[in-house]
Design a protein around this ligand. Structure first.
Ligand code: FES
Length: 71
């Protein structure tokens, strides 16, 4: 069994204004302790908290947020 030092570094890519892309498989532990598993090759973890499938990105970050300012 490979040790931590034998493995290649896992690539984590932060998408500006979007998710954090992590090479899978992963187990994500949410702030409330829920554990979500994904065995996808690349997993998009929501960083905006707008996903209806949190902690996984559902592309809701792409939707415009309605401004409440009176410009
Ligand atoms: S980063 Fe995509 S929905 Fe939050």
């Amino acid at each position: 069994m490979p040790t931590a030092s034998d493995r290649e570094p896992r690539v984590v890519r932060v998408v500006p204004g979007g998710p954090v892309l992590v090479e899978g498989p992963v187990e994500i532990v949410t702030p409330d302790g829920e554990c979500v598993s994904s065995d996808r090759f690349m997993v998009a973890v929501c960083a905006c908290r707008r996903s209806r499938n949190y902690p996984l990105c559902d592309t809701s970050h792409r939707k415009k947020v309605r401004s409440t300012d009176d410009d």
